[in-house]
Write a protein that binds this ligand. Sequence first.
Ligand code: ADP
Ligand code: MG
Length: 403
Amino acid sequence: MDKYYELTEDKVVKYVNEKIDFFSDDAVYKCSEIGDGNLNLVFRVKDTKNNKSIIVKQALPYVRAAGDDWPLDIGRGAIENKILKLEYELTDGLVPKVYLFDDEMCCTIMEDLHDYIIMRYGLLNLEIYPNFAEQITDFLVKTLLLTSDVVMEHKEKKNRVKEFINPELCEITEELVYTEPFNIGGRNDMEDFLVDFHKKELVEDDELRLEVAKLKFDFMNNAQALLHGDVHTGSIFVNQKYTKVIDPEFAFYGPMAYDIGALIANLVMNYLSTDARLEDGPAKDRHLNYLLKTMGEVIDLFKVKSLKLWDEVVTDQMAKVPGFKDWYINDVIVNTAGVTGCEMIRRTVGFAHVKDLDGIPDDAKREKTKKQNILLAKEFIKNRHKIVTGKDYIKLVKENRVH
Ligand code: ADP
Ligand code: MG
């Protein structure tokens, strides 16, 4: 920790040039802090003369969105660096390339994805991404299946589990996703019109809380695969051709469903948001249909690709027993619907919100949409055993349109 100091726009050029040989001597620098996340500093260092740039991401010893009274282990920077390198290899470049990791400063210096946009903002602008479902399912299937006991030598896998133990970041998820939204108080944050609704629909629904408790303990105890741990649409960079997943600092060994469900939930919330924000007409229909198609494809392609890859890479003898792979993948899909519901709920009543819902300008529509988001999320959790195909997702989401 002795050599750790917080970077600023003024200090970052000198820092980068001490660490890597990337910029030429005649470089004309422009630096800006571009981090819009909750936890870290992110700088873009650009040489405007030669049009070259890089990103420097530094872990802060506290939660940025909450201030320095919420301390956080900066060791997550090392985890992020390690998993980015691993995911880069496993997925053939579906994450940014890391140039250097500096342990003392907890800084990752990486590829600048300047010609990409964060998917949440792209979707809010009604962009559609034709290759996204195909590419993100490649990412999910490869990072998840190839790090699991289905494929890995079991002692090596257990060492990996140890290497990626990430207690503080896991605790954030355990509390903010699986606990506080189903209780009163904590760091919950909701609009006034949700206060009574939250109590009635979430805190006082024992059947729901029992299902959430099961999902929480699956998250904590099922060291199935190396997760990204935070695959919402704010952690995905896209353009018309490519997809890159960023920000895996929540990585740890957990249930595959957690990554897939987080993604699906954010597509569903964009669906509800689009329905609320746009006037009826072709632009709205086009975007809603794209989102439904994408959700369906993510589920179905994940299933098809995992089952196919399974036969090529499986090493465990018992995992080859006929019927096992179908049981295993089905179980992942069932829990995916459960995670989808939990992620949707926490984004409405919990600590961290999404622009898709908070940004609905009309008060009455925003209220109706947030309430519907909670009701739909409950369906996902309670009926998850029956929501197992892309078609099931499409039907349920379509039925829950309110505008
Ligand atoms: P945090 O962990 O604090 O949420 P992120 O990794 O999500 O930080 O990065 C915050 C923002 O910084 C992103 O939303 C994106 O705009 C920008 N960013 C992060 N990594 C890159 C990159 N490799 N290329 C370009 N921009 C990036
Ligand atoms: Mg982050």
